[in-house]
Ligand binder design. Sequence first.
Ligand code: KG4
Ligand code: ZN
Length: 334
Amino acid sequence: MKDIYILGIETSCDETSIAIVKNGSEDIATMILSQMDIHAKYGGVVPEIASRTHAENITLVLDELFSKTILTMEDMSAIAVTYAPGLLGSLLVGLEFAKTLALVYEKPLIKVHHLAGHIYANNLEKKMEFPILALLVSGGHTELVLMKKDHHYEVLGATLDDAVGEVYDKVAKVLDLPYPGGPNIEQYAKSGQNNYPLPIPMQNESLDFSYSGLKSAIINLVYHEKQKGNAINKNDLACSFQVVAVDELIRKTELAIKQTKVKRLIVAGGVSANQYLRSQMAELASKHQIELSIPVMKYCTDNATMIAAAAYPLFLLGNFADFSLNAEALKKLS
Ligand code: KG4
Ligand code: ZN
């Protein structure tokens, strides 16, 4: 069979990324231009600046990508793009760019949900087999999803309030650590002790998550200690928070494993870069003798490689989008 090359485009948040993936699994070339340094000054992503920066950089990213390979636009089989969810202005930059390329080069257009991209990042290591349970943990999502076949998503549970990555970022902020908070909290936690008592979220059998209570408890604790003139041990608080946050992910994933009896588990999304989560998940998988897959670090946070990988099964199904495709900021995985 002829090799399929898909050009993936991802601009849903603060990374301008374009990649070429062969046959859904081989990363031929990837470019990621992060705006992290720009947004760090403001302590978080500023949507207007994000979309403007995508617009300024996207053609440069494409040129740079093609300078890394002998392939040309003519060799591409399709153009895939993240159309949802994310920052509307940012999504629109990628989407309009993808439509323009598809029109000019006469290529089919494939729409990819950002979370599907995170899941399919796992195909860049080893092809997923179904049924499979996916734990999605990012800045905007915390979900347990059952997949019985390609691009079929049964959401078993989701956060009722904050996403776990969002809380990592918030806790980092109250501890005066720079954006993005997740990797910094992880670093601080490494030399800390779990000795701040914090509330355990949602002590029930539901597969939903709730992180707002934990978040508020930490904000209040820091506030009260400051009022009393007491210093916060940032390492210890980062460690105590991380233990509670990750234990909750493990506990709910274990419940889902028992309920679904699946033998394969994947973890995806930005927070899956966290080493403590990775090691706890490995223990859980070995306890239940299930196969665990977590993307290598470079595919955990946002990238276009995962978008092109997710588009491949859609390409095989002939599942193409037309030019009326619009961006959707809040669309759920379905
Ligand atoms: O998937 P992602 O890059 O963007 C979204 O789709 O949201 O995830 C970003 C989130 C941020 O909240 C960031 O703090 C978190 O992932 N994150 C981490 C780590 N690396 C990124 N959280 C904990 N530990 C990390 N090492
Ligand atoms: Zn993401």
